[in-house]
Design a protein around this ligand. Structure first.
Ligand code: NAD
Ligand code: UDP
Length: 342
């Protein structure tokens, strides 16, 4: 009998984590999720179990808890770790930087210490296009590290990347994938799992969907005076299922690679805020009232990926288009108007 590989997914109950758990279970992996549920619900994993007919094991706990991690690695023969757990709100990170350095940076150090002690050396880390800072030229390739990020969230991610490089230099047993995500959006096509932000959403798509649902009166568009074709900000939106598939490809690639491998996960296409609003309206036949307001501090005009390294080295590319992203966002939102809180 072939033994199924075991993957520990930290933050696996969250938005990207739950979709990746689904993809890995379907690919035949055994999945163990560790999550403190600070920004998610256990219901996401219950739905994943229903969708796959297989339940991931679940440990309710914190990635900074070394004793818990040691027990977890002692009781389970883990082959690889995918590390999503962390905080992700840029604005909150400015007001509460220590929580970001604690959950994100210190959390990753504790996880790596426990992995090293247990002899588990295969790690995929969730990084972000935010590590490129403001000076990068589009399309952004993995070599461009012109500026240091301008906020504590971005700095916590960039610090982790540097720590991982040092770790891999210290011992060639490590195989590390650093995945720099562009703008994850959308939901699984069933509408059963999706993004469930607490309180007022920070990101464009969840905000836009709540306006379309009538929960918010209008979408504020942060500036129409950028140097872009219509003046609004341009981003590389990527469907969360494509992103989840990217983790599966990276996991397989790490079996034959060592050191730190950085891959952009994006589509390589940029869309403006106004184009996203129009695409959402056209895909879903609904109206999204908006108002142009001032620029949001820290925003840049244009950001999209050069995804060719991932295509070359992982054989992965994003397949789902903007219309699919809009439809799937709306299906999730209409089926679950209060997210997982019903
Ligand atoms: P999310 O908040 O939905 O998921 C993160 C999960 O980690 C949550 O379930 C939360 O409860 C858990 N968590 C947080 N701190 C923890 C801790 N100390 N111990 C254990 N669990 C903890 O966010 P997401 O959008 O799924 O993002 C996943 C990862 O991807 C994060 O590291 C994020 O920084 C990164 N990322 C996200 C985006 C995005 O736009 N969503 C973009 C780039 C990078
Ligand atoms: N944006 C907007 N209104 C909102 C939220 C976002 O106009 O309510 C714009 C934002 O200025 C950026 C784009 O939408 O140009 C994507 O923002 P988001 O916060 O989703 O992701 P970011 O690229 O900032 O990580």
């Amino acid at each position: 009998m072939i033994e199924r590989k075991v993957v520990l997914i930290t933050g696996g109950a969250g938005y990207i984590g739950s979709h990746t758990t689904l993809v890995l279970l379907r690919a035949g992996y055994k999945v163990l999720v560790l999550d403190n549920l600070s920004n998610s619900s256990y219901l996401s994993l219950k739905r994943v179990s229903k969708m796959t007919g297989t339940a991931p094991s679940f440990v309710h706990g914190d990635v900074r808890d070394r004793r818990l991690l040691d027990n977890l690695f002692r009781l389970n023969k883990v082959d690889s770790v995918i590390h999503f757990a962390g905080l992700k709100a840029v604005g909150e990170s400015v007001n509460d930087p220590l929580s970001y350095y604690s959950n994100n940076t210190a959390g990753t150090v504790t996880l790596c210490q426990a992995m090293a002690a247990a002899g588990v050396c295969s790690l995929i880390f969730s990084s972000s296009a935010t590590v490129y800072g403001n000076g990068a030229t589009v399309p952004i390739n993995e070599e461009q590290m012109a500026d240091y990020p301008t906020n504590p969230y971005g700095r916590s991610k960039r610090m982790i990347e540097q720590i991982l490089f040092d770790l891999a230099r210290s011992n060639d047993k490590w195989s590390i994938g650093v995945l720099r995500y562009f703008n994850p959006v959308g939901a699984h096509e069933s509408g059963l799992i999706g993004e469930d932000p607490l309180g007022v959403p920070n990101n464009l798509l969840p905000y836009l969907a709540q306006v379309a649902l009538g929960k918010m009166p209008e979408l504020p568009i942060f500036g129409d005076d950028y140097e872009t074709h219509d003046g609004t900000g341009v981003r590389d939106y990527i469907h969360v299922m494509d992103l989840a598939e990217g983790h599966l490809s990276a996991l397989t690639a790490l079996e034959t690679r060592s050191g730190v491998n950085i891959w952009n996960l994006g589509t390589g296409k940029g869309y403006s805020v106004l184009e996203v609003v129009q695409a959402f309206e056209a895909a879903n036949g609904c109206n999204v009232p908006y108002r142009i307001v001032g620029r949001r501090p820290g925003d840049i005009a244009v950001c999209y990926a050069d995804p060719s390294k991932a295509a070359r080295e992982l054989g992965w590319h994003a397949k789902l288009d903007l219309t699919t992203m809009m439809r799937d966002t709306w299906r999730w939102q209409t089926l679950n108007p209060n997210g997982y809180r019903d």
